[in-house]
Design a binder for this molecule. Sequence first.
Ligand SMILES: *Cc1c(COP(=O)(O)O)cnc(C)c1O
Length: 401
Amino acid sequence: MKNKDLLQIAEDFGSPVYVYDSEKIVSQYKRLTKAFKHVKQVKINYAVKALSNINILKLLTNCGSGLDTVSIQEVKLGLKTGVAPEKIIFTPNGVSINEIEEAVKLGVQINIDNLSILEQFGTIHPDVPVCIRINPHVMAGGNTNISVGHIDSKFGISIHQMPHLLRIVENTGMNINGIHMHTGSDILDVEVFLYASEILFEAAENFKDLEFIDFGSGFKVPYHENDIETDIEEFGKKLGKRFNEFCKNYGKELTLSFEPGKFLVSESGYFLVKVNSVKQTTSTVFAQVDSGFNHFIRPMFYGSKHEVVNISHPTKHKRFYSVVGYICETDTFANNKRIAEISEGDILAFKNAGAYCFSMASNYNSRFRPAEVLWYNGEAKLIRKRETFQDLIANQVEVEL
Ligand SMILES: *Cc1c(COP(=O)(O)O)cnc(C)c1O
């Protein structure tokens, strides 16, 4: 998107505001499917939790995507968007059997990641096909917050528990139609992913009635120029070839599934904020903006480094800034960043603000959550209104005191 379009959006809809470029989302979707063009049946299930506005779900499902959901509420969001239940997979962690049963009633594909629940579920519903989530114990990515394949991880059924898993499947007579792994975000090395895939293939051989193998996600996207990213094209070539070999041996054409979140939406997003004040201290120059980690938590929570552009004055000479927010808590967005000289009132744009940004926003400090705007066919469309004071108190119950 162009700076002038972003500036216009900040002017028309106010700040802070999230903006998503629909063209980028669609092109990422196409890029991923193209990388696997040698596989007959490929299915992409967009991970709703990355960015869950129903218009984003619609945009992606219009491209042919299914949905990967982690809560019954996400399942319902998908259904409300008009997505067929067969195109939704429910991959929760640590939920009650009741929540899984509710998902069964809604007709979505169930993915189970724990032996106790598997045994209970298989006993009550031996006829409902189930996918199982395996933990191959492969470390993907560097940050333990977003790495879910390691030995202490709460996700998945350990590959070492396969004998117990098979015993449950046999005793209950349940039907396993898929096998799944998701080893975490920010995979840097295709070889590591392929290594984990081999473990999944080996596990898959234990089940005779599979329909799909789901390789999860965790593709790394670039955060700045020359940043490393998962080489999707190389990955598609290598995994696709290996998948086709597997199917040949297995004796059946299976579907290869993925469930990317970040890869599809991260780079489409811009978070626009306005500079309230420029504050010089003895050691730094702060640019204080009209937001905080309540709206945009990734820099504080994951240490992620988002590019910042002064879209009001992009060509001014660059100076060093610490960009911070306005909440009463340390909420640093960027440290020692070179940004075109900032004046009060300027609009700054944080890039890569599509995934895990709005969806993790809160009302901390009793601030309203921002508006969301979709840039579609050269037009800005409001897809979520900025909250109002009424929203803040809507569920508060005033009692006699
Ligand atoms: C969060 C999540 C994803 C998406 O991960 P990204 O790193 O955003 O691609 C995929 N599958 C499951 C089960 C998840 O929980």
